[in-house]
Design a protein around this ligand. Structure first.
Ligand code: BT5
Length: 254
């Protein structure tokens, strides 16, 4: 993929910016990266908080016309695989995938991925994938301090943000080529190999409902499969908590 990179010292949100450029017809491969976001966003209107100049905050515009609406999930998994492989190669780290859109180091969140899409009826206009990776930040705001970590905290050294950025873009380009060829399985396999949740007791929160069970698998369509007391169930959305945390009273969503 040919990338066209727009760089910002400060911006509201790289995702918001690229959603607008998407509407204006900018091509696939347009990238926005910022040293600081004033309104960095997560899913469901949540905030992404990142110290200026310390982290990797970027978004990528895609026009994956080859994907069906219910196949978009593969893009989140592809991005997660691209980031995790960079952490392994450059950082010598062992990242862990957390369904559906997080990467953890030592059970704490180091990276969040936000996929936003624009449709015209059933026709896809564009998709924006946003990646927030904690790189050199060593202290976090109180609300997230117990659940967030960074490469620097974990590895005990600073990292070159640009090197990580370029490596993630290169890695994503390779993964994107795979899924263009319809090879979802190889991406899902790489993701699964980095998930250590299989067989663990989890609690899934979906809106105001909770489901307790055992993490059975992630299906080829990206859905979470949980074994509950009433049988095996499949979910396409929600938020997981690992039961070890809530059983010790630390019940918080990573
Ligand atoms: C995500 O949402 O994890 C997706 C985050 C995507 C951020 C990128 S940065 C570049 C691009 N531009 C944007 O505006 N966004 C994208 P979610 O799963 O909803 O998780 C959000 C939750 O993670 C928050 O409610 C906090 O609890 C926690 N959180 C916030 N900042 C964090 C950080 N720096 N590290 C770890 N956890 C954080």
């Amino acid at each position: 993929m040919n990338y066209d990179i727009y760089r910002f010292g400060r911006i509201d949100s790289t995702n918001g910016y690229l959603m607008k450029l998407g509407d204006e017809g900018f091509p696939e491969g347009t990238v926005a990266v910022a040293d600081e976001q004033t309104q960095g966003r997560g899913r469901f209107g949540r905030k992404w908080e990142a110290e200026p100049l310390s982290n990797l905050l970027f978004s990528l515009l895609l026009r994956p016309e080859f994907l069906k609406r219910d196949e978009m999930f593969i893009l989140t998994f592809s991005a997660a695989v691209a980031v995790a492989e960079v952490l392994e190669v450059i950082g010598g780290l062992k990242p862990e995938m957390k369904w559906p859109n997080d990467i953890l180091l030592g059970s704490k969140k180091v990276c969040g991925i936000l996929l936003e899409s624009s449709f015209d009826g059933d026709r896809l206009n564009h998709i924006v994938i946003g990646i927030g990776l904690n790189v050199n930040q060593t202290a976090f705001p109180e609300e997230i301090a117990s659940r967030a970590t960074s490469l620097a905290v974990f590895a005990g050294r600073k990292f070159d943000r640009e090197e990580i950025f370029m490596s993630v873009l290169n890695g994503f380009s390779r993964t994107y080529d795979e899924i263009k060829k319809g090879n979802f399985h190889s991406v899902m396999k790489k993701w699964r190999d980095k998930s250590h949740m299989f067989g663990r007791s989890i609690r899934l929160k979906i809106a105001d409902r909770t489901v307790d069970g055992v993490f059975e698998d992630v299906a080829e369509d990206g859905a979470l499969i949980i074994r509950t007391s009433s049988g095996v169930q499949k979910f396409t959305a929600g938020e997981i908590t690992i039961s070890e945390y809530f059983s010790t009273g630390r019940g918080e969503t990573i």
